[in-house]
Design a protein around this ligand. Structure first.
Ligand SMILES: [Zn+2]
Length: 320
């Protein structure tokens, strides 16, 4: 009986997911830990479950804080054409040119990554255990989002080209089908990044350049694929839902020539390298002797609020 109740409960709280999907975000933060040097591993490895589970806090925050949404994307095509010289890369210059309101409207992910990176450097300098963990988990999320092509396009869910659903198809459905079974996440070591700002802008430009292929390839596939085989009804956490069929997903992944696996690997490498760079820039503090080892009342309260809002409220800002 107890088991039944648990199962029922789980199926009630099932929720759609956003941005790399919860599955992929958790994997990205998880695998990033293994790229770190031993001096960092002493902290990250014992806390790998926290780093992985809390990789999705920023998405949950979209249910409580209206300012959260724009931190996950940049509709860079709003600012002209590739490589978008009209858009100043420095925040102050961009605000002067376009106003903060307008920047917020089209997304701010590369600037937000920089803000989070600076906060993480400070947390390392303070040797604050809980802040380092929370900020590392959050930063990993935003860096991973910057790697998703549709997070750098105003046609972010194919809504302008009658391809609604492609967002979750690319970043949730396909990784869930293939990541554990077929993809390789052996990546090597984190590297020190001289200019984190340049790095994240390069990432956004790569994403923007890939967005066209993500959309165009699905459009072509859709035209040449038997329409009755495109979707399938599958059970997911006790609920029957209509999904892109696994045949369609495989065909799309093949036509993308492993782009999703590649972007996921690049996300993992970038996340680990940003963490490593923050630690180096903070003077490589000894992570065996940190303060604030337990989360504050406020931290715990925040985790609870995030979970509650995500399960019970609707998302603020745009839905993917
Ligand atoms: Zn996100």
């Amino acid at each position: 009986m107890k088991k039944l109740i648990v199962v029922l409960f789980l199926s009630l709280i099932y929720h759609p997911v956003f941005s790399w999907g919860f599955f992929a975000h958790k994997k990205i933060n998880y695998y990033a830990v293994f790229l770190l040097p031993p001096e960092m591993m002493v902290l990250y490895k014992p806390n790998i479950d926290f780093i992985s589970e809390h990789s999705v806090d920023p998405d949950k925050r979209r249910y409580v804080n209206p300012a959260e949404g724009p931190r996950h994307y940049l509709d860079i095509d709003h600012y002209g054409s590739y490589p978008f010289p009209e858009l100043p890369r420095r925040w102050k210059d961009a605000v002067n040119k376009f106003s903060e309101d307008s920047l917020q409207q089209y997304g701010i992910v590369p600037w937000w990554v920089e803000t989070m990176q600076q906060r993480l450097v400070l947390a390392f300098k303070e040797k604050n255990h809980s802040k380092i963990l929370k900020l590392s988990a959050d930063l990993g999320h935003y860096i991973a989002d910057a790697h998703v092509p549709l997070h750098a396009s105003s046609n972010h869910n194919g809504q302008l080209t009658n391809q609604q659903g492609i967002h979750g198809f690319w970043e949730s459905r396909i990784p869930e089908l293939l990541a554990d079974k077929e993809w390789d996440f052996f990546i090597g070591k984190a590297k020190f990044i001289e200019q984190t700002q340049d790095f994240i802008w390069r990432t956004i430009l790569e994403s923007a350049a890939l967005a066209d292929s993500v959309l165009q390839i699905e459009k072509n596939l859709n035209q040449n694929f038997p329409s009755d085989k495109k979707y399938a009804f599958e059970e997911r956490n006790g609920t029957i839902t209509r999904q892109y069929s696994s045949h369609y997903a495989m065909a799309y992944d093949q036509k993308l020539n492993h782009m999703i696996e590649r972007r996921m690997r690049e996300s993992i490498f970038a996340v680990a390298s940003f963490w490593f760079t923050a630690w180096v820039n903070a003077g490589q503090p000894d992570l065996k002797s940190l303060t604030n080892k337990s989360f504050t009342e406020n931290d715990l309260k925040e985790f609870e609020i995030l979970n509650h809002a995500w399960k019970n409220k609707s998302i603020m800002g745009r839905v993917e």
